[in-house]
Design a protein around this ligand. Structure first.
Ligand SMILES: [Fe+2]
Length: 195
């Protein structure tokens, strides 16, 4: 089955230009296209694994890079859909976040996002340990917390901000990310996994 690129119902963002969003959506669509291409090639190469051993191993390594790029961008863009919405402190997510992070979550998460190198700051919920795990994922596939569902995904690759703020503009972009975030989306993800 081929994956299809999703369309997002995005408002004009504050501090992230329409042109930047347009180019970023183009990159997202590239991940979908590349994943589909790899999946098709693998079917072909699987017919003779001995002859295609090198190509097969290279594509298998790249497969999760493309898939994770596709899926993480879907999580990313849907967080801006409709309109910016504050975190409801009385929601299940609001209560769990204030129990674990008091009032410092945003600064902490931005500090993770400010780490060097291309990647993502990601907040997971661990249904077993009943706690959040916040981490930095290199590129889009190195350092995930296996099995944990993602509740918040913040892209911190340079392509998110270089057009609007230049190579040194990550801090301004991180502020804009939270300014535009629809916390309602994050609350719904949390409700679905924190039963
Ligand atoms: Fe991206």
């Amino acid at each position: 089955m081929q994956y299809e690129a999703r369309k997002f119902n995005l408002p004009s963002l504050d501090g992230i230009s329409d042109e930047s969003v347009k180019q970023h959506i183009g990159l997202y669509e590239g991940y979908v296209k590349n994943f589909n291409a790899i999946a098709s090639k693998l079917v072909e190469y699987a017919a003779d694994t001995e002859k295609n051993a090198h190509a097969l191993s290279e594509l298998i390594r790249r497969k999760s890079f493309e898939f994770d790029g596709m899926r993480l961008h879907e999580y990313y863009f849907e967080q801006f859909e409709d309109k910016p919405t504050a975190l409801n402190p009385d929601s299940a997510l609001g209560r769990a976040m204030s129990a674990e992070y008091k009032t410092y979550f945003q600064e902490y998460f931005k500090a993770i996002g400010n780490m060097r190198g291309p990647g993502w700051a990601i907040l997971y919920w661990d249904p077993v340990g009943k706690q959040f795990q916040a981490g930095f994922v290199g590129e889009q596939h190195h350092g995930h917390f296996v099995t944990l569902p993602i509740v918040l995904a913040m892209d911190v690759w340079e392509h998110c901000f270089i057009l609007d703020y230049g190579a040194a503009g990550k801090g301004k972009y991180l502020d804009a990310f939270f300014k535009n975030l629809n916390w309602g989306v994050v609350e719904r993800r949390f409700d679905a996994v924190a039963k």
